[in-house]
Design a binder for this molecule. Structure first.
Ligand code: GDP
Ligand code: MG
Length: 162
């Protein structure tokens, strides 16, 4: 069985961009507006000679009305299917209540997850990530998915235990 990594997070944080980076395909739609990717998408990715499966999701609304509304079924399913979850957040928007709800949910499920602070291109990674330490997530990576910055070392660390 290949390790399975799920990408979850609010719309527009860059999940499909990272999916495309990892799979080097145009399989996942990348859009400037929220919510275009409605279903889970599976791609085979490779780090060096090491293959793994990545799941793109699009269904987290980011509403602050609690976890039931903040997460759509397909994101929940992806989380269940995954060996490791990448919770993606937007460095330019800062910490959001939807991010907090997701982190809380993942913690309750006991799923190993990593916080991925995306869009750090052109800004200081230290400043960008500072906001997010309050989530209390032990594993945090700063990346720029659209530029591929930080992606390889992040994936290496995430795949380490598998
Ligand atoms: P998703 O809704 O989470 O799948 O987000 P998308 O991958 O569709 O990306 C949403 C927007 O953010 C698009 O305009 C992307 O080009 C942009 N984006 C994604 N990654 C980055 C990044 O690393 N830096 C910057 N500046 N923009 C990004
Ligand atoms: Mg998407």
């Amino acid at each position: 069985m290949l390790p399975v990594i799920a990408l979850v997070g609010r719309p527009n944080v860059g999940k499909s961009t990272l999916f495309n980076q990892l799979t080097r395909s145009r399989d996942a739609l990348v859009a400037d507006y929220a919510g275009l990717t409605r279903d889970r998408k599976y791609g085979e990715a490779r780090l060096g000679s090491r293959p793994f499966i990545v799941i793109d999701t699009g269904g987290v609304s980011g509403d602050e009305d609690g976890i039931d509304q903040a997460m759509a079924d397909q994101s929940m399913t992806a989380i269940e299917e995954a060996d490791a979850v990448l919770l993606m957040v937007d460095a330019r928007e800062g910490l959001n209540a939807g991010d907090e709800a997701l982190a809380q949910h993942l913690r309750q499920r006991g799923k190993p997850f990593h916080l991925i602070v995306n869009k750090v291109d052109g800004i200081s990674a230290d400043v960008a990530t500072g906001d997010f330490y309050s989530l209390g997530v032990p594993s945090l990576f700063a990346i720029a998915a659209s530029h591929g910055r930080g992606v390889r070392s992040m994936i290496e660390a995430v795949l380490g235990p598998f």
